[in-house]
Design a protein around this ligand. Structure first.
Ligand code: ATP
Ligand code: MG
Length: 446
């Protein structure tokens, strides 16, 4: 089999081979190229030791020298070149205690997680596929290399990676591998939150974010995000819904584009529903105030998964406002803009749309026209350049001080009051009008 390999990769392999070593492109890049997808990066595996690799290339970085990885820099690109290795004993289901180099490519391929990730390729030798990775690629199957239970015991993250690859590729997890994953899922509690976050992120941003359900069925979410199990088990019986909270959530995930902030928002937006659930005597279920509870949970969950503050704030804010708790009017939209800011507001519209489209047809007929109106108001507001934030007000704190007001909390409140007035009535955003407003009201308060 012939495969298209980037010139740099071919050059690195060729250089290593000419120096008497073996070298292959390996793992994800081989898998993706066979599938006609463009690989994220190209990894190379070689019989050469790190010192030997370093001697052959002018510019290298010691990326993970203890694990045998050297990054070779060519032009502006970096390629990880890793010495064939076997992982030693796994101490704790997380880290091999030590890694040992080996002269055997087969040994190196054996330690890899799934058959589709355990193929190697060099232009001279062609494809090395010792575990029927090609067949599994064609069948659309994620299968552990060797015994699933053993492999998941060594490194429990692989359990979540199985779901991740199946979500990215639209593959099914082979039966025995799935059974092993289900049996071993509890060991995910040993894995660092950062590694869990990275895999969840990839599932959510994949073309099948709804495969979160597979993670649920395998008992994975119970360990890494038990709140997800709660929504899967919460029915909804009311005018707007014909699905459980969980199934609705999965539908909204599919309805929104593959953006990190949007996908995490959809995942978390109804996490507050199990807690807010209230059943009428006639069986109707209400979820009053659930958005607030969801926002609180979202914050805790994202913090627990070690998210950066910017992502955490954006997602939490969108979750909080996902029900658009503003009047459907120009003033309402200006208020929403001032609460969310210009960057997040357009995302809120996408969240609302995905959410509505995840409900029943009655709900869609109710909400989608409203959303159209909101979008139209938004357009008009942007075109008119209406003020929606303190920094766009025609006066600043300095103006107030120059006119005799003392700096401090009161001054901030006065500016807020000016903004509220301007959000109601954009014509009031003039110096004259706002100074009058600022001073007459505060006088009255004295
Ligand atoms: P991506 O497109 O996300 O980069 P990838 O297959 O390249 O996918 P990486 O996490 O970059 O995935 O890992 C590169 C390769 O290293 C994998 O293809 C696999 O062969 C091996 N590998 C990575 N993580 C593990 C693991 N936890 N256990 C066993 N093998 C692993
Ligand atoms: Mg990779």
């Amino acid at each position: 089999m012939k495969m298209e390999v980037p010139a740099h990769v071919a050059l690195i392999i060729d250089t290593l081979e000419k120096a008497g070593f073996e070298a292959y492109a390996v793992g994800g890049c081989v898998r993706d190229t066979v599938l006609g997808r463009s690989p994220e990066d190209w990894d190379i595996t070689t019989s050469a030791r790190p010192e030997q690799v370093k001697r052959l290339f002018r510019r290298t970085v010691d990326t993970g020298i203890l694990h045998g990885t050297v990054t070779v820099l060519l032009a502006q690109c970096g390629y990880e070149v890793t010495t064939y290795r076997v992982d030693g004993e796994y101490e704790d289901g997380r880290h091999p205690k030590e890694v040992a180099f080996t002269a055997s490519l087969t040994e190196d391929l054996k330690r890899r997680d799934f058959t589709i990730n355990a193929m190697a390729y060099s232009p001279k030798t062609g494809l090395i596929d010792e575990f029927q990775g090609m067949e599994d690629l064609q069948k659309g199957i994620v299968r552990a290399v060797g015994d699933g239970k053993e492999r998941f015991t060594e490194d429990a993250l692989r359990i979540l990676r199985a779901v991740r690859f199946s979500a990215q590729l639209g593959f099914t997890i082979e039966e025995k591998t799935a059974a092993a994953a289900r049996e071993m899922a509890g060991r995910l509690s040993l894995i660092s939150k950062e590694r869990i976050q990275a895999e969840l992120d990839k599932i959510l941003c994949s073309s099948h974010p709804e495969y979160m359900k597979v993670a649920y069925e395998l008992g994975i979410t119970e360990v890494v995000m038990p709140e997800f199990d709660r929504i899967m088990e919460t029915p909804q019986r009311n005018r707007y819904h014909d699905l459980s909270v969980g199934e609705h959530t999965l539908k909204t995930l599919r309805n929104v584009k593959a953006d990190r902030i949007l996908r995490w928002t959809m995942l978390l937006h109804d996490f507050g529903k199990p807690e807010a659930k209230l059943e009428d005597p006639d069986g109707i279920i209400h979820f009053y105030g659930h958005a607030k509870i969801s926002a609180k949970l979202a914050k805790e969950i994202l913090r627990g998964l070690k998210f950066d503050n910017a992502t955490l704030d954006a997602v939490t804010t969108l979750v909080y406002y996902h029900d658009f708790p503003f009047p459907v009017s120009k003033t309402g939209v200006r208020k929403a803009l001032s609460r969310l800011g210009r960057e997040l507001f357009p995302l809120l519209l996408e969240v609302c749309e995905a959410d509505s489209k995840g409900k029943n047809s009655y709900a869609q007929e109710t909400y989608l026209p409203k959303l159209l109106k909101i979008r139209a108001y938004y357009q008009e507001i942007m075109e008119a350049g209406d003020c929606t934030s303190l920094k766009e007000l025609a006066i600043s704190g300095r103006d107030l001080i120059q006119n005799g007001m003392n700096p401090g909390r009161e001054l901030g409140l006065v500016l807020e009051r000016c903004l509220e007035a301007v959000l109601e009535c954009p014509e009031k955003n003039t110096r004259e009008c706002l100074l009058k407003l600022a001073f007459c009201k505060s006088d009255a308060a004295d």
